[in-house]
Design a binder for this molecule. Structure first.
Ligand SMILES: [Ca+2]
Length: 240
């Protein structure tokens, strides 16, 4: 009898454990946060824009205790479209074979802006992990991040993940392909919100954007050490 009770307890506790695990969204092309990041931690945020309709700014999925994030075309001519062929398994609607997203039709290129609300607290800084799927390779795209009042861009960190060239079919532009790539940005000091600007050339389709942010509760000295390291990397790159 005791053994049966014990087994029952183990089964019940195991089920609770499974239920308490953070929900992992089943969205294709989200390659997930970096190792050690918890999307549901008190000082973490997560937002995923699939652009399944032109009604963003709100993402299709998000966890942000500090407010509502938004993503909008900011400069240049953009149109929302849902006609772009994309590889099986990464469609916005499984089996549909098409990706929906924002198309920059401006010959001079365009800018897309994301704003992520945050809870500013002293002695913290922010790490931002950004994933983008677009019809252009990362070498054509420029990304910058900065904080709201009291925050500024202070550097980048290596994510350890390379870009992924997604399988065929490619978008209907000569020389195009679908790519998913990522950036690691550091904003310090810990701002009220982070604003990320994505600058793209003519004829880019942005299919999806995933943003994870994390407050690092380390002393400012640790941040300075990292910033020092980042500065050194920039300095070395410049000298090449
Ligand atoms: Ca999409």
């Amino acid at each position: 009898m005791k053994a049966r009770v014990r087994i029952l307890l183990i089964v019940v506790l195991s089920s609770m454990g499974i239920l308490m695990l953070p929900a992992i969204p089943a969205v294709a092309r989200d390659y997930g946060p970096l190792d050690g990041w918890d999307r549901t931690a008190p000082y973490s945020t997560y937002q995923h824009w699939e652009f399944t309709n032109p009604d963003n700014p709100l993402p299709e999925e998000f966890h942000n205790p500090f407010g509502e994030p938004y993503a909008v075309p900011a400069e240049g001519e953009w149109q929302w479209s849902n006609e772009w062929p994309c590889p099986p398994g990464i469609e916005d609607i499984p089996g549909a074979g098409v990706c929906s997203g924002w198309h920059c039709s401006d010959p001079g290129g365009g800018k897309f802006v994301i704003r992520i609300p945050n809870n500013p607290e002293p002695n913290l800084y922010k790490r931002i992990f950004l994933q983008i799927t677009s019809s252009k390779s990362p070498s054509d795209v420029s990304v910058t991040g900065q904080g709201g009042p009291g925050g500024y861009t202070s550097g980048t960190f290596p994510t350890g993940r390379g870009p992924v060239q997604e399988g065929p079919p490619a978008p209907p532009f000569p020389g195009s392909s679908w790519y998913t790539y990522n950036y690691g940005l550091i904003v310090q000091p810990n701002p009220e919100y982070e604003e990320i600007t994505i600058e793209v050339p003519y004829c880019t389709v942005i299919d999806q954007i995933v943003v994870d942010t994390e407050c690092i509760p380390e002393p400012a000295t640790m941040a300075l050490l990292i910033l020092g390291g980042t500065g050194l990397i920039f300095h070395r790159k410049k000298r090449k």
